[in-house]
Write a protein that binds this ligand. Structure first.
Ligand code: NAD
Ligand code: UDP
Length: 316
């Protein structure tokens, strides 16, 4: 049995990860400041003998004896990370320093949840890990993109300078049950709008693309990365290469929810990437043939049922 710290464990992805790690027989310490996460996401784990919940902000040091650390704490949706951009940078940068310091002290292996946003508005398509990206350092998205880029730098430096055992994954757009219904991300927005019969808000003309990964595929890739061979540190892309335009996504959501909502167009936000698609050859090679197994239609169906239930109990 391993003792594992999951920062951001009460968030969307973190809650699925805690669940999976407990199922595998580990002891899990879930650390969160509840900025975007909630106790509801993990309340079904509260009675588990090997689950512990800690309210803590990772911009402050935290001491605990653990074997592994998954560093997920950071708001992930544009409206949340732009709410307090300075805090977002602090969370990524000071959070990484604190968690890497902890890993160094106790000899823990540490995985960083980085992001496809490190590629910015990419001029190489699809994006391999070797692409250095096209990021605006002073735009609205910079607090997130540059914070995550600096965190990757810190991970590499702690590895090279202090021999910390690190793993870095770059996560592409992920969706599924327990996404925050008001986080402004496209999948949750379209589903909630369709279920409530409100207009579906497409930003721009809707020809921009994203590649959507179902959360279970991410958790599988993430845990395989933590357990990958010594010496393989990444970064490695974890995402679903099936690429869709926002118009295609809107139409699929309308079909699956049987909704009569109509599509409207709103202005495209600043620095909104035009396209994004992971090259996952490295993940396939290094993570025992890992590849996504859940297609958009199937994943959306289970996400829609989740939101359908949620909207019955809470009025978002
Ligand atoms: P989320 O907002 O649901 O989860 C983030 C969690 O971190 C929340 O529970 C939040 O309360 C917590 N948190 C934020 N700041 C904190 C701080 N200073 N101290 C302690 N806890 C803090 O987002 P998510 O979608 O679950 O994302 C999890 C991780 O994966 C993030 O690091 C994100 O950048 C990364 N990621 C997610 C996606 C995606 O599509 N979901 C894509 C790329 C990368
Ligand atoms: N988007 C949209 N309508 C919405 C929310 C988002 O058309 O209600 C678009 C957004 O402009 C972007 C894409 O959907 O082009 C994905 O946005 P999201 O915020 O989910 O993720 P990110 O931009 O970080 O990839």
């Amino acid at each position: 049995m391993k003792r594992i710290l999951v920062t951001g464990g009460a968030g969307f992805v973190g809650s699925h990860l805690c669940e999976r790690l407990l199922k595998e027989g580990n002891e899990v310490i879930c650390l969160d400041n509840y900025f975007t996460g909630s106790k509801r996401n993990i309340e079904h784990l509260m009675d588990h003998h090997f689950f512990e919940l800690v309210r803590h902000d990772i911009i402050n040091p935290y001491m605990v004896e653990v074997d592994e650390i998954y560093n997920l704490a950071c708001p992930a949706s544009p409206i949340h990370y732009q709410y307090n951009p300075i805090k977002t940078v602090k969370t990524s940068v000071m959070g990484a320093i604190n968690m890497l310091g902890l890993a160094k002290r106790v000899g823990a292996k540490i995985l960083q949840a980085s992001t496809s946003e490190v590629y910015g508005n990419p001029s190489v398509h699809p994006q391999p890990e070797s692409y250095w990206g096209n990021v605006n350092p002073i735009g609205l998205r910079s607090c997130y993109d540059e914070g995550k880029r600096c965190a990757e730098t810190l991970f590499m430096d702690y590895h090279n300078q202090n021999k910390v055992n690190i793993k870095i994954i770059r996560i592409f757009n992920t969706y599924g049950p327990r996404m925050h219904p008001q986080d402004g991300r496209v999948v949750s927005n379209f589903i909630v709008q369709a279920l409530k019969g409100k207009d579906i808000t497409i930003f721009g003309d809707g020809t921009q693309t994203r590649s959507f990964q179902y959360v279970d595929d991410l958790i599988e890739g993430m845990t395989r990365m933590m357990n990958s061979r010594d010496g393989f540190i990444g970064p490695v892309n974890i995402g679903n290469p099936d690429e869709f335009t926002m118009l295609e996504l809107a139409e699929l959501v309308l079909e699956l929810t049987n909704s009569s909502s109509k599509i409207i167009h709103l202005p495209l936000p600043q620095d909104d990437p035009l396209q994004r698609q992971p090259d996952i050859s490295l993940a396939k090679k290094e993570l025992n043939g890992w590849k996504p197994t859940i297609n958009l239609r199937t994943g959306l169906a289970s996400t829609i049922s989740y939101f359908d239930e949620l909207l019955k109990i809470e009025n978002y």
